[in-house]
Design a protein around this ligand. Structure first.
Ligand SMILES: [Zn+2]
Length: 359
């Protein structure tokens, strides 16, 4: 079934000119390394497969795959594309399989109507919760990947931390989390990035947690303090806050997406949403409570979180002073990214909460 390297004739548009170029497509490599090779006269591109917006399989018509560069590849022979994509192990999304079934479509309409009624009766937060509960993990994963791509493009560069240092921090956190009941844990992965937003950390839908090099530097790579902030972010992962925020911010689009399988609207809205959206105070409290629980179970003091709040506050004051002195570098304000840790800084309540937990 998996015939490695088989190719498909297609047409490439670079997104700048209207010129159609004949190319062949090949999918090579595995996992994160998987890439789409587009080759033709004067065209030789390799694009990470996870950055390609793959077409949904419909019954008829051409297939269009959008590239992050703004270009796209097109194949007028839909069945040939589907056969090729399947033989290359491109997994078909659950949504597409469901869409192929008429019974599913009829059922979807019923669900959609029920959701709209529920929205009027119970309001947005409860309905968003229900939509989140009904969203398959695979869909949350795709949302997470496009969110990571958007964040990377706008704000991040590859981490300068040595691999061994990244591994040491990840291991310390994994050790702390190991005290939690494994069955109730959502999976997470930690990635490091150099950022344009200073010391920060954030959790994306699907369980990816980003830690910035600047955050590691701010606390002198003290793994106890880093574990505290990661435990807070893991709280957001556990409660699927990222997905809930996206759903709530685009509720009608999301209803359509979940029920009818059109994710393009939701995906297109992600970068803009990240600019404004933030977690609710309730979500932050839940994440703080999770942090305390992880720290205590691992015999670490909740006061490590207070240390972090103080370091962030010091950093903020330093920056305000520098900017008053006119030495401010062009750095985006952390408040740009509403869901990130440093965007919802410590207030007296939060500090008191962690101090009390340490008693
Ligand atoms: Zn948070």
């Amino acid at each position: 079934m998996h015939s490695a390297g088989s190719s498909l004739p297609a047409t490439y548009f670079d997104g700048r000119s209207a010129r159609a170029q004949s190319v062949t497509l090949q999918l090579l490599g595995e996992g994160r390394q998987r890439s789409l090779h587009i080759q033709g006269e004067g065209v030789d591109l390799q694009v990470p497969a996870h950055q390609v917006q793959w077409p949904e399989r419909t019954r008829h018509g051409q297939r269009l795959a959008h590239l992050a560069s703004g270009g796209h590849v097109q194949c007028d022979d839909g069945p040939a594309w589907d056969t090729w994509a399947q033989s290359q192990g491109q997994r078909e999304s659950l949504v597409v399989k469901m869409q192929q079934s008429w019974r599913w479509v009829a059922g979807s309409v019923t669900v959609l109507v029920a959701l709209v009624v529920a929205l009027q009766l119970w309001g947005l937060p409860l309905v968003a919760r229900a939509v989140v509960a009904a969203t398959p993990p695979g869909i949350e994963q795709s949302l997470g990947e496009s969110t990571l791509a958007a964040v990377d493009e706008a704000l991040m560069q590859p981490s300068q931390l040595p691999q061994a240092e990244q591994a040491r921090i990840t291991q310390a956190f994994a050790d702390a989390v190991a005290h939690q009941d494994a069955a109730s844990q959502r999976s997470w992965r930690l990635v490091f990035r150099q950022s344009k937003i200073g010391p920060n950390a954030l959790a994306l839908p699907g369980g990816t947690i980003i830690m910035t090099d600047e955050m590691v530097a701010l606390v002198n790579a003290d793994t106890r303090v880093l574990t505290a902030v990661l435990a807070h972010e893991l709280g957001h992962v556990q409660q699927r806050h990222g997905l809930r925020m996206l759903v709530q911010a685009t509720v009608l689009g999301a209803l359509g997406a979940v029920v009818l399988g059109d994710f393009s609207t939701l995906l297109a809205a992600v970068p803009a949403l990240l600019g404004q959206a933030h977690y609710s105070r309730e979500a932050e409290r839940e994440a703080d409570a999770h942090a305390v629980q992880v720290l205590q179970a691992a015999s670490l003091s909740p006061l490590h979180m207070v240390t972090l709040f103080e370091a962030l506050e010091h950093e903020r004051q330093q920056k305000a002073k520098d900017s008053a002195d006119g030495k401010n570098e062009a750095e985006d304000s952390p408040s740009w990214l509403g869901i990130a840790f440093a965007s919802h800084p410590s207030d007296a309540d939060r500090i008191a909460y962690f101090r009390a937990a340490a008693q």
